[in-house]
Write a protein that binds this ligand. Structure first.
Ligand SMILES: [Zn+2]
Length: 249
């Protein structure tokens, strides 16, 4: 990963405006990981992609994660804090970096790969029934199935019994466990505990968006006050920008 300057991050943010979240995230990653081809970034498994997003988040805004959640039992809004380093370590320990996997279930032998950003985009855009979560999950799995045989005879995804599809789904989830970051929360009001899914993609984009709004304001104020160009202002360190901003009163 390369160190992203303010100008480069602002460019990536601008490119991502009016694009779906999945595209925005790939634009951010492409800016931060120029050594990886765009096509290869889109083909990273979701867990591997999110690992890079966590590393990018740590580089851009630090490792402390602050967020809020609403208790499903009493409706109290609670604040939770976590650390990107913990998720990164967990992901690195649990991830299996391989392109293909095998599963033998009942009389079926399957060869499959893990879902990636391209699969998810395609499923969202082409599923005729795109509010039926189960159908979309099946569509996703069918894209990831590379080969299937029943007692040595090749067969299609549609011919697999539900029990085998369920096992395939569990296996995918287990192998790419980092695709779902779960956080255990406790309500201070009613002591209820529950888990929430932490979506680093949406979280990071929201932060980048807030950062961009703020930096544009800063550029405007410094340019108005001192007559400097946008490029000159973006090249300043954040500390100096803040100090000059303060001197404007
Ligand atoms: Zn509660």
């Amino acid at each position: 990963m390369k160190a992203l300057g303010s100008g480069e991050l602002l460019n990536a943010w601008e490119q991502g405006l009016n694009k779906p979240l999945l595209t925005r995230i790939l634009i951010l990653l492409a800016a931060a990981y120029p050594e990886i081809q765009a096509d290869a970034l889109a083909k990273l498994s979701i867990g591997q992609r999110d690992l890079r997003l966590l590393q990018l988040r740590t580089h851009l805004f630090g490792q402390r994660l602050l967020n809020t959640a609403v208790c499903p039992q009493c409706g109290e809004r609670i604040e939770w804090e976590s650390n990107t380093r913990d998720f990164i370590r967990e992901t690195e320990e649990n991830s299996t970096i391989a392109d293909e996997f095998n599963l033998n279930a009942d009389n079926y032998a399957l060869r499959f790969r893990l879902p990636n950003s391209l699969d998810i985009t395609t499923v969202i855009n082409t599923s005729p029934d795109n509010h039926n979560a189960e159908k979309m999950q099946q569509h996703l799995l069918s894209r990831c199935l590379l080969n299937a045989e029943q007692s040595g005879k090749s067969c299609d995804f549609d011919q697999l019994p539900d029990s085998v599809i369920r096992k395939l789904s569990q296996q995918v989830e287990q192998l790419d466990s980092c695709a779902d970051i779960r956080i255990l929360l406790n309500c201070s009001e009613c002591s209820h505990s529950w888990t929430v899914l932490f979506d680093i993609a949406g979280f990071l984009w929201t932060e980048v968006n807030e950062w961009a709004q703020q930096i544009l304001q800063t550029v405007y104020k410094l340019a108005s006050g001192y007559g400097w160009s946008e490029q000159e202002i973006l090249r300043l360190s954040p500390v100096r920008r803040q100090l000059y901003l303060g001197m404007l009163g």
